[in-house]
Write a protein that binds this ligand. Structure first.
Ligand SMILES: *[C@@H]1O[C@H](CO)[C@@H](O)[C@H](O)[C@H]1NC(C)=O
Length: 288
């Protein structure tokens, strides 16, 4: 059995890296200029033309499917803003009220205000208060229930694109990962594209504003090399179909949205916000 002192040391060791990085990233965020003026929806090198979500946002609808109030601001900000900036109508569906600490009623109000900061109409923000989806670190939501609830929502409010968590769920929260099982019903008249938000490696996760800088460079390089790769039939190590990066102004808006989640804004969340790579860039993989 590990001793008490040993356990405490372990906890300290796990916390030290993110905290140190938080402060470094905050410093870097202040020193490094924003990577660009406009949010970029950058298609990554790929073969599937269906992976293009950027071209014509006008008149098209995207649904952000999340598990708890604050997921949208903490993880999906670059995607929400990228889509909005390209003329998409963005809607939000959150499968729980985030009631783990009995704050459900307060948190759904925060959800509405957070999406309001991103410019969504209140009628386009929906949440469920359904006992199948408890806000609980130990609960895997059943895929049949997720499938039923989201399909019900879509039959009322169809979407051209859905963006949700991948099977790692960013923070390994089983509620997040449960959403990755959802698949839109096949339809020839109104097909829906489904994208998963890639769970980043630990380094990318805490890379703050360096994340978009690296992503841009990397994907630019991959694109430049793609013709050569085709010629020699080489598969490039690019794991996303889309990379969405935020500008400095977009990032500030994400922080404002996050700050609407007042019940969640403990001191360490500020460190997380400063160091989070996901507040700056999202990599999306086309699932169907
Ligand atoms: C969710 O439902 C429960 C039980 O019906 C209710 O007590 C609670 O107020 C509801 N929460 C919200 C946020 O609507």
């Amino acid at each position: 059995m590990p001793s008490r002192a040993h356990t405490i040391w372990n906890i300290q060791a796990t916390l030290t890296l993110p905290i140190l990085w938080s402060f470094t990233a905050l410093l870097l965020a202040m020193i490094i200029p924003p990577p660009s003026l406009n949010t970029q929806l950058q298609p990554v090198y790929h073969h599937s033309p269906r992976a293009h979500i950027d071209a014509t946002g006008a008149g098209r609808t995207a649904l952000i499917l999340t598990a708890h109030p604050d997921d949208e601001a903490m993880f999906f900000s670059p995607t929400i803003m990228g889509l909005k900036n390209h003329g998409w109508e963005v809607r939000g569906l959150c499968l729980s009220t985030g009631n783990a600490e009995g704050l459900g009623a307060e948190r759904v109000e925060e959800l509405k205000r957070s999406y309001g900061v991103f410019g969504l109409q209140e009628s386009h923000v929906k949440w469920l208060n359904d006992s199948s989806f408890p806000d609980n670190m130990g609960a895997v939501w059943r895929s049949e229930d997720v499938q039923r609830a989201v399909s019900e929502y879509l039959s009322d409010q169809p979407a051209d694109v859905i963006v949700t968590f991948d099977k790692h769920g960013i923070s390994a929260h089983p509620n997040h990962a449960s959403l990755s099982s959802f698949r839109p019903a096949p339809s020839s008249t109104h097909p829906t594209m489904l994208y998963h938000l890639n769970t980043p490696s630990i380094l990318k996760k805490y890379s703050g504003p360096l994340n978009p800088v690296f992503r841009r460079g990397y994907y630019q390089l991959a694109k430049g090399m793609s013709e050569w790769a085709d010629l020699f039939d080489v598969k490039l190590p690019v794991k996303a179909d889309f990379s969405v990066t935020s500008s400095g102004t977009d990032w500030i808006r994400s922080v404002r949205a996050m700050r609407e989640h007042k019940s969640q804004m403990t001191w360490y969340r500020y460190g997380w916000l400063a160091s989070s790579g996901l507040m700056w860039a999202n990599d999306l993989t086309l699932v169907v």
